[in-house]
Design a protein around this ligand. Sequence first.
Ligand code: FAD
Length: 341
Amino acid sequence: MPPAVPARRPGLTHGPAAIDRPTVSFELFPPRTPEATAQLWTTVQRLAAVRPDFISVTYGASGSTRATTRELVRRLLAETSVLPIAHLTCVGATRSELVTVIEEFLDEGVRTFLALRGDPPVGAADWRPHPGGLSRASELVELLREVEAARCGSSASQALRGAAHKLSVAVAAFPTGHPGPGSPAERRGRDLQALLAKQRAGADFAITQVFFDPATYTDLLRDARALGITIPILAGVIPTTDPGRLLRVEELTGVPVPADLLARLLAADDEDERRRVGLRASIDVANAVLDAGAPGLHVYTFNRHRDALALVEGTGLCDAAPDGPSDPIARPHDLEPQGAP
Ligand code: FAD
């Protein structure tokens, strides 16, 4: 039997108005050096060329990237047509310092945020809120709403701007559970309560942590809906092409990389074969969650466009970037589904 060819989905290149196509978005982190800035801008242009729904920009631990996150978000606003989302965390800041940071972003024209608690600093045993700071992401969602309401209340013009261009707040969700004490079931219960609290505080949608098993995403979706969580939960996916990077992700997020995937990547004869194996695995995960009702894909790019675009291309959600050739390793027809004879 010939390998099954994934059905084509209405893709990004069918235009932003394409009816009911899943969303596609990307995550970037702010560059650390001038060389990295130049390189990143090439990546931004290649990602922007497929007309994603948004690009999110991470916020370093302890607010360490406050200036560089803001600069990248400002450039995305000024020099591309892509909607930027600014990540923001509660780490290392008092409430009033957070108000200042939020005001700075709003002054730049940012209207969409990803509100996070953030992780404890490296070496710290557990999470402690900064003195005078916030304890949970739900409190940051509330603060964003409060700051916006105060601005809108300050003048009729601000009220009109706020009404015309509404503030939107995203939050995090965890298919394999947020690391912490207790059994997986206890952690799942806590995470769902946290997500519900974030929705009640005014979150508009959620983006998931990386996961490798599509069932963990669909279980999260089912349990969230059963609890009355109605906001869209966007699937965060990762191109699983680089074993070293996957291990680093495991270390940072606590999400274990499947041993068989790691073994197959390490056994690959060369770089092309490794990409073929890795992309096949991530495209399968992406297709499975889209088929199960995920509203879209949020691709963790690690500031590299090639594999991120190949992953999206492999799901049929975009053709090659207009300024580059189709990636031969990503063409759905060239990739046999895993387990095919
Ligand atoms: P919270 O929602 O506050 O949850 C933290 C813990 O408290 C969880 O264990 C939760 O179960 C528990 N909890 C919270 N509220 C309740 C409640 N009402 N009832 C019971 N338990 C509760 N980190 C960065 O530093 N910078 C970034 O840019 C960044 N981007 C990220 C993007 C995505 C898409 C994701 C998924 C994570 C990102 N992170 C980032 C990591 C994130 O900051 C950490 O995972 C952090 O430990 C948890 O953040 P949170 O917003 O989910 O916190």
